[in-house]
Structures are given as structure tokens and as C-alpha cells.
Design a protein around this ligand. Sequence first.
Ligand code: ATP
Length: 197
Amino acid sequence: MKKIGLFGGTFNPVHNGHLNLLRQVQAQMQFDELLLIPSHLPPHKEASDLASGKDRLQMLALAVEDIPEAGVCDIELHKSGKSYTIETLRKLRRLFPTAEFYFIVGTDMLLTFDEWKQWRDILKLAYLVASSRDEGEYERLCEKAQKLDRERILVLKTQPFPLSSTEIRRKLKAGEDVAELLPPKVLRYIEQKGLYR
Ligand code: ATP
């Protein structure tokens, strides 16, 4: 059975923190395919420091060019309004009726997972793969996984790369150097398009 890793986010823009997580998860999980799914953002936000869906998708595609299993998926960009994970998973299930889905979440998202819309149904459609940054967090995440669904929630140990898109946007606006924080192709795209100024 085909194993597909799914990784969603705003990716505004994608950065080395995301890629670090993705590479480590892939090294441990060996997915047949990895789909990166940028989320829809309200149009009024896109006008300020948020890049358009098309630009975010394009930057993601450039960022994962050297990860052979990875590709981008625009399923949430076609929808106006917020996409809930459960709705996205149902759509993906129709596209991939027999695949096994693994929904990857960064750092501490698992701790609030039981506040997500229909989280039990999410776990029926996909395994949840949560990453921990250190030993203390690993213990906490394992406890949470035990409490919610020990069969369907996997907790991985990963090396952290502390960074956020917010920090990158701030640095770009201030004219600071971000070359170490993004793949060179993504930085070139941002510069060519004049994004985040
Ligand atoms: P912003 O600063 O704009 O809120 P962000 O950098 O947190 O953005 P998102 O696109 O919101 O990035 O994140 C998508 C996914 O990547 C989430 O699951 C998030 O937890 C995870 N993630 C973000 N940054 C990192 C990082 N440095 N290391 C590991 N996971 C990360």
C-alpha cells in the first residue's frame, strides 16, 4: 500500500525550518510520496505581507525540487475560505482511494490536536505524525498520544531548527540577510517578484 505523507501550512514563505522537519520525517518514515499543501489565506491578508497562493505554491515547488518524493498540492487554494484538515483529507481520500495517509504536524501542534474540528474522524482517515524537539517534549507528546489514540498517533524525535516565516518576513522588510534561512531558489524568487517588502 502506498504511504503518503501530507504536510500543510501557510508557507509564507517556506523556509529551512519546514525543510529540516520534512527531511527528518522522510528519513524515518520513507514515504512513497510527500504532498505539501499550502492553505488558503483571506484575500485582504494577501495584500499586506502575505504572498498569493500562486506564489506560495511556486516557492514550495522550488524548495522541494531536490526531495524526489515531494510535490506540491493546490487542493486548499481553490477553495475560498478556511479549509479544515478533515475536509482536505476527505478530498484526498477520493483522489487516492487506497493510500495510507500520514498527516505531519510540526513541534507542539499535537498538544492542541483535540481542539481541531472532528479530530477523531481525522484519525480515521490518517495517521498523525508529530515531531518533538527535545526529550522533555518527546515525553509530553507521547503522553498526549497515549491519551488520544496510541495506534494512530506517531511521535518522532527530530533535531530542531528554530525559525518561523514571520521572522523571515520581518528580516526581509528590514533588509537583513536571510540567505541561511531559505533555499537559494526561493530567495531568488522572492527578490525577483519583490515579495515581502
Ligand atoms: P508563521 O510565522 O507565518 O506563522 P510558520 O513558520 O510557523 O509561519 P507555517 O507555514 O504556519 O509556518 O507552518 C506549517 C507547519 O510547519 C506547521 O505544522 C508548523 O508547526 C511547522 N513548522 C513551522 N516552522 C517550523 C520549524 N522551524 N521547525 C519545525 N516545524 C515547523
